[in-house]
Write a protein that binds this ligand. Structure first.
Ligand SMILES: [Zn+2]
Length: 342
């Protein structure tokens, strides 16, 4: 029988200090050359081990080989100039120096395939692999070639689809697309964002996820959250179309967030990765708090479709904090699982 309430993480986990500067986003590597390549694989092993010790059911690479969840993928594409960068406003929120699309984009070779195969060799547990979503990729670049966000997203979707098919063939069970931009550009999401995502999953047989969050616990994001008012209803704008889409699972931020839980009713029938761990604080949730969030979600999500998860990635957190949060997630899920079995 399939395990009820299988736990997982939204994606990134802290890196060891010997690999990259801790508690930093876009953290520079502390190693180089072949030693760096080997170090990334060693860190992947450690991250997997930490997830296993914490009792996480669906494991990942903890994104140990990526400096950033979007740019690391883009760096492997041709048609993008990383030298002459431009400053853009990301998600209408903060300025960042980003690469420029100067020509037709292409993926000369697989980006994550070798690491996915390596993870597959290390465990028989279900594995999940995260990729950036097309719209969030577009939003993390300056486009000097296509001059159309929609057109560029479509091109990225085709490349993501190639990558996703190879990951599936390597034994990845669940492929996740990170689309924090879905919380910002509602009209575009409904016009072409979801369609681009469906292009990215075309022909896949494995389970597919879209992760839509309010971002890491960095200042630009917490400041933005202050402006959103007492109820965060962003999800309401895009849930009806997501509900009707081919995406299997929707990964959402729930715990400590001002998202009204009843919005989940709008995606009834979909599987939901319910964020029960706040990644914007070092305070460790108690298992009882995790259980409480999951019980609230169970009012709107059928038990066999609920996947307890973290709100977002935990890369910027201290390692011991992230580990303790993973343990809390497992323990909280165990409480609710035993209630459901009674
Ligand atoms: Zn996130």
């Amino acid at each position: 029988m399939k395990k009820l309430l299988p736990t997982s993480t939204a994606g990134s986990l802290p890196k060891p200090a010997w690999l990259a500067q801790p508690e930093t986003l876009w953290s520079p590597w502390n190693l180089s050359g072949e030693v760096l390549s080997e170090g990334k694989l060693d860190a992947l092993r450690v991250s997997l081990h930490d997830q296993q010790l914490a009792g996480i059911d669906i494991v990942s690479d903890g994104e140990q080989s990526r400096q950033h969840f979007v740019t690391t993928f883009i760096e492997h594409l041709s048609g993008v100039d990383f030298e002459n960068r431009k400053t853009v406003k990301i998600r209408d929120r903060y300025d960042a120096s980003v690469p420029v699309v100067v020509d037709a984009v292409a993926r000369p070779k697989p980006v994550f395939l070798e690491h996915a195969k390596f993870l597959r060799q290390q465990t028989n547990q279900p594995i999940k692999w995260a990729l950036p979503g097309p719209m969030t990729m577009v939003d993390t670049l300056y486009d000097d070639h296509y001059k159309s966000r929609e057109k560029l997203a479509w091109e990225f979707a085709k490349l993501l689809n190639q990558e996703a098919k190879e990951l599936e063939a390597a034994g990845v069970d669940i492929i996740q697309f990170d689309e924090p931009a879905f919380n910002v550009f509602f009209d575009e999401v409904n016009d072409w964002g979801i369609a681009a995502l469906e292009r990215a999953i075309e022909g896949l047989n494995c389970e597919t996820v879209v992760h839509i969050c309010y971002g890491y616990g960095i200042k630009a994001n917490t400041d933005w959250k202050q402006t959103l008012g007492s109820e965060w209803r962003q999800y309401e704008e895009i849930f009806p179309k997501l509900q009707a889409s081919n995406i299997d699972v929707i990964s959402l931020e729930c715990h400590n967030s001002r998202v009204p839980m009843e919005l989940l009713e709008l995606v009834r029938g979909k599987k939901v990765m319910v964020g029960a761990i706040d990644v914007a604080t070092n305070v460790i949730e108690t298992p009882a708090e995790v259980a409480d969030t999951l019980r609230k979600a169970l009012q709107y999500v059928d038990a066999d479709k609920l996947y307890p998860c973290t709100n977002c990635g935990m890369a910027p957190l201290p390692r011991e904090v992230a580990n303790a949060k993973l343990h809390a997630l497992s323990a909280g899920a165990a409480i609710v699982r035993s209630e459901l079995m009674q």
